[in-house]
Design a protein around this ligand. Structure first.
Ligand code: GTP
Ligand code: MG
Length: 333
């Protein structure tokens, strides 16, 4: 019975003309009737783009359709959107839209060729007290500045997994750059994540907010804390990496689709017997590393300064800079 239904669906999909006309309604996709469309919408898949960048498994789970049918739906979405290849000129145009958000420190910005980029993930790792959370707060304020002052007139989603978001600190930083503190606070949407599933859900729900508000920065502080706690057994590593991969992909999708910057913090491994052993290695393994476009390593330096090291960037050399954390923000000394 169920098998027949699947075959029926496939036939329906196969016989329908895949590209009907250039419209953006998901109802026009083959095999998507009103019920399926509702299910998709309820789960945030309300545009061809959102379906085009999803996986057959995701669509299948949501709609109850087979993976084969789901694959077809995704393919047609992609065809309609003319996805796949972009010319060098298109890519250049996209690069031109990239905004760099100032950290507040000139030398830090110079090292990053302007600041933290939109449209990609920046991972910041370092041991406790190295100022990963401080940088998150600084960016959450600075992104609200106008473009000419190093911002993007943007709003912020702050996924707080450790309860370290401090409104008082936002007020101080806002005053430091001359933004109305109350306005600065109201532009930051904070959600506390209580476990790794909750954290993943918040990243998925972020899109609803992004459709309504001009979010230019998503912060996940910290990325790995819950994943580490929820999958602590050795045998759970594969599960953890799979979920983490999904989470990172979701963040990458949001960064790409909305030209938003994503800033995630990560701890370093402190015990030499853990996984790889290098005490300056970020946790999360290759999943986090490969999904982050920029990787920053922070540590405490001399005379109260902090040292930021750019360890992995697509077009910039590895280099180091010094900065200080002041009441009013990140500064050069
Ligand atoms: P973990 O989350 O524990 O791994 O650390 P982290 O890297 O997030 O460190 P965090 O950003 O919390 O940095 C803490 C450091 O920032 C402290 O050691 C202080 O030097 C500095 N800091 C924190 N709050 C303030 C503040 O209100 N004023 C000033 N001037 N410095 C602060
Ligand atoms: Mg922190």
């Amino acid at each position: 019975m169920a098998k027949e239904k699947v075959i029926e669906e496939i036939i329906e999909v196969e016989t329908k003309e895949p590209i009907v006309e250039s419209t953006n309604s998901i109802e026009d996709l083959p095999g998507v009737g009103p019920t399926t469309a509702d299910k998709l919408r309820d789960n945030g898949f309300d545009s061809l783009m959102s379906i085009a960048v999803s996986s057959p498994k995701e669509i299948s789970t949501i709609t109850g359709l087979s993976e084969t049918v789901s694959r077809k739906i995704i393919k047609v979405s992609r065809d309609k959107l003319d996805m796949g290849f972009e010319s060098g000129a298109d890519l250049l145009k996209r690069r031109e839209k990239v905004v760099k958000i100032t950290t507040g420190s000139k030398s830090f910005d110079e090292m990053m060729a302007g600041g933290i980029e939109t449209g990609c993930i920046t991972e910041c790792f370092g041991e406790f007290g190295s100022s990963k959370t401080q940088l998150a707060h600084a960016l959450a304020v600075n992104v609200q500045l106008p473009v000419e002052k190093g911002g993007s007139n943007g709003k912020v989603i702050f996924i707080d997994t450790e309860g370290t978001f401090r409104p008082e600190r936002i007020i101080q930083f806002a005053k430091g750059v001359g933004i109305d503190p109350e306005k600065a606070l109201s532009n930051i949407k904070v959600a506390r994540a209580f476990n790794s599933d909750h954290q993943m859900l918040l990243a998925e729900k972020a899109e609803d907010l992004m459709k309504k508000e001009d979010i230019k920065l998503i912060i996940v502080d910290s990325l790995m804390g819950h994943f580490r706690a929820d999958f602590s057994g050795r045998g759970q590593l594969a599960d953890r990496q799979q979920k983490l991969n999904k989470h990172m992909h979701q963040l990458m999708k949001l960064a790409n689709q909305y030209n938003t910057s994503v800033y995630v913090t990560n701890q370093v491994m402190s015990k030499p017997d853990m996984f790889f052993g290098d005490p300056t290695t970020a946790i999360g393994g290759h999943i986090v590393g490969h999904n982050s476009t920029f990787r920053l390593y922070l540590r405490k330096g001399k005379k109260g300064c902090r040292v930021a090291k750019l360890v992995d960037a697509p077009n910039l050399p590895d280099s180091e800079c010094m900065f200080w954390i002041r009441e009013e923000g990140l500064r050069d000394e």
